[in-house]
Ligand binder design. Structure first.
Ligand code: NAD
Ligand code: UD1
Length: 332
């Protein structure tokens, strides 16, 4: 029996594959490589010394997805595959809804056809919207729509999974609401490789440190926070990957939303300072306008993950920055 990892060649998926293989799981990776490189698969195999089947399949093509289930005995699915660029989702809403929502419906259809009823889904802290107050709890009320189509696809998919679990006995869906995954594998072989200009803070700082960008724009310095810059709950991608193994072991039925974050927030300036420590020099930055859609503080109440899954983040900001820098300088 194997775990199907959709989006297994991506940033979080690849780190999770390594943890799964090291823990003795058999895996099958499904990815269309729309936002990843096939070489990542080679690196996962090199790191773990294990082989596994890879289906270069688009989730939107139902017969191909069914074939993956027909050819492998799949006991559960970890569903990472999706498009994730906030700005692009505003420009291309139809592509985002189609890829993320239709892709998930196709996957769930194949799971039902083959009697596989366990799924761990990559949701996001973005579902909490702008009206809740940090630290966010899973019981907080969710908005009907997020501030952008990407975020709304997460809300829609969470609802689909909740409805599915109510409709038929035996389904189990863990909706993991990630906060801000950063960092890379210690080996420097796996990490985040954004296409084009990075949207997110740590990948942008990495490129400044590597000399690929001139300076960091600090989006907003007048927020109601101790140093005026926004606060986020950054979490090491390897900690996050390990959270997926705990979610697979979870035996509860029905749909369960669980935050994965450290519960500790850091400001933009604190992250910049930690990165400077990691790369050993000062990095150029400038104050810039607030970024539309940003909230002052996003931070997890991480107690449910500890109680239900026995998971808590172990790695701190210094390790996140050191590993991000190690990956960046090894892969320039
Ligand atoms: P990623 O882009 O690195 O990985 C996603 C993978 O899915 C890619 O390898 C891509 O090729 C694949 N994919 C996309 N559409 C596909 C399709 N139709 N068929 C097959 N494969 C497809 O992204 P990531 O950072 O690893 O994120 C993984 C998941 O976690 C995503 O669903 C994302 O929305 C969610 N998430 C990410 C973050 C973050 O900050 N990285 C935060 C919260 C939630
Ligand atoms: C982003 C996404 C959010 C997603 C989350 C997951 C946007 C608007 N939101 O949010 O949907 O769920 O990532 O990781 O893209 N910053 C700078 N300069 C930069 C880049 C970022 O100052 O060049 C600041 C931002 O204003 C923010 C903080 O750094 O205050 C973190 O930004 P980012 O890494 O994009 O994460 P989120 O804002 O949480």
């Amino acid at each position: 029996m194997a775990i199907l990892v959709t989006g297994g060649a991506g940033y979080i998926g690849s780190h999770t594959c390594v943890e799964l293989l090291n823990a003795g799981y058999e895996i099958v990776v499904l990815d269309n490589f729309s936002n990843s490189e096939p070489d990542v698969i080679r690196r996962i195999k090199e790191l773990t010394g294990k082989d596994f089947p890879v289906a270069a399949v688009n989730l939107l093509h139902a017969p191909d997805v069914s074939r993956v289930f027909a050819e492998n005995e799949i006991e559960a699915v970890i569903h990472f595959a999706g498009l994730k660029a906030v700005g692009e989702s505003v420009a291309k809403p139809l592509e985002y809804y189609h890829n993320n929502v239709t892709g998930t419906l196709t996957l769930l259809g194949a799971m039902r056809e083959f009697g596989c009823k366990r799924i761990v889904f990559s949701s996001s802290a973005t579902v909490y919207g702008a009206d809740n107050k940090a630290p966010f709890k899973e019981t907080d009320p969710l908005p009907a729509a997020a501030s952008n189509p990407y975020g709304t696809t997460k809300l829609v998919i969470e609802n689909i999974l909740r409805d599915l679990c109510v409709s038929e006995e035996g389904w189990s869906a863990v909706l993991l609401r990630y906060f801000n995954p950063v960092g890379a594998h210690k080996s420097g072989l796996l990490g985040e490789r954004p296409k084009g200009v990075p949207n997110n803070l740590v990948p942008f700082i990495s490129q400044v440190a590597a000399g690929r960008r001139e300076y960091l724009n600090i989006f907003g310095s007048d927020y109601d926070t101790p140093d005026g810059t926004c606060i986020r709950d950054y979490l090491h991608v390897v900690d996050l990957a390990k959270g997926h193994l705990k979610a697979l072991e979870y035996k509860g039925a029905g749909a369960e939303a669980i935050n994965l974050g450290t519960g500790r927030g850091y400001s933009v300036l604190e992250v910049l300072a930690a990165y400077e420590k990691a790369c050993g020099r000062k990095l150029p930055s400038r104050q810039a306008e607030r970024r539309p859609g940003d909230i002052a503080e996003s931070c997890a109440d991480a107690s449910k993950a500890l109680k239900l899954l026995g998971w808590r983040a172990e790695l701190g900001l210094d390790e996140m920055c050191a590993d991000a820098w190690n990956y960046e300088k090894n892969n320039i």
